[in-house]
Write a protein that binds this ligand. Structure first.
Ligand code: PDD
Length: 276
């Protein structure tokens, strides 16, 4: 494990962030989580472009270009000597005496590099249970903001209910999971919420839509209702850390056969072909 803050690599346990760091006090920043498979950061360019877009959306100047960030991550992986890893990158509005309005400060960048926390093959083979919850987040969910309180509370409620994830519902439609994108499969067609301001435009989501197109699986980027999800043939979630993961139960309702179905399995297999 290794950490980086404003120009310096240090062991994670010895790195201290200044008390007036705005990420700490306000959550005034944006972040990315990138998975590294066998030494290769997967879809790194896509993640860093999204980081730039998130920063732009909150009027935050990026301290590094995408190319410089790629180099920095590469350097970190070499220094940490990690092959299978999770890289966390965070940009904030910097260090300044606490006042809400933008400070006259340089943005901060921090990073952690840790061994990958991958799900077991057993989890992929059995699928997971999720719970439906009201989406209580703000309306700019396309920004990968540090402000994750609503996501944290939803994930904890899911955990309290013995569920892997909370699938969120806004205005009667499923948006996404607390840290994943959500999908339902009906009659061979994959449905998922359109990539607008109500969801994070998942990098895994984009990769899965591409893989589906190549496999001739029809995808409709249309919002669906909780009832539609409950009566789906298959359902799944995607994220950097969860890849393509079957939902086999939603609260008390078993989805399909209660086992990961053929569409989910095919999409996960094709997705994994992108990794090598
Ligand atoms: N979560 N939706 C939300 C709200 C997320 O936080 C994430 C990612 C996703 C999936 O996006 P991607 O496929 O780009 O990872 C969807 C990251 C992994 C996290 O917060 O840890």
């Amino acid at each position: 494990t290794l950490a980086f803050f404003n120009g310096e690599f240090l062991p994670i346990d010895s790195l201290v962030i200044p008390i007036d760091e705005r990420g700490h006090q306000f959550g005034d920043g944006v972040y990315e989580v990138i998975k590294v498979y066998d030494g290769k950061p997967f879809l790194m360019r896509e993640h860093l472009v999204r980081l730039e877009n998130s920063a732009k959306a909150i009027r935050l100047e990026m301290p590094y270009t995408v190319e410089q960030l790629e180099e920095l991550i590469g350097e970190g992986l070499t220094r940490a000597d990690l092959r299978d890893a999770q890289v966390y990158v965070q940009i904030t509005r910097g260090i300044a005496v606490r006042l809400h309005a933008f400070p006259d400060a340089s943005p901060s960048i921090s990073m952690t590099l840790r061994p990958a926390k991958s799900l077991s093959e057993e989890t992929f083979n059995t699928g997971v249970k999720v719970t439906l919850l009201e989406d209580e987040r703000w309306l700019n969910c396309y920004i990968k903001s540090l402000n994750l309180l609503a996501n944290i509370l939803a994930k904890q409620t899911a955990s309290d209910r013995g569920c892997f994830e909370a699938v969120l519902v806004r205005d009667g439609y499923v948006t996404e999971g607390s840290s994943t994108n959500a999908y339902a499969v009906k009659d061979g067609v994959v449905y998922t919420h359109p990539a607008n301001k109500r969801i994070l435009h998942g990098i895994t989501r984009a990769a899965v839509l591409q893989v589906a197109a190549e496999a001739g699986i029809e995808v409709r980027e249309e919002a669906f209702t909780p009832e539609f999800l409950l009566s789906a043939d298959e359902a799944f979630i995607t994220s950097t850390t969860s890849e393509v993961l079957a939902i086999t139960q939603v609260d008390d309702t078993v989805i399909g056969t209660g086992r990961p179905g053929p569409v989910v399995n095919q999409l996960h297999a094709k997705f994994r072909e992108l990794i090598v």
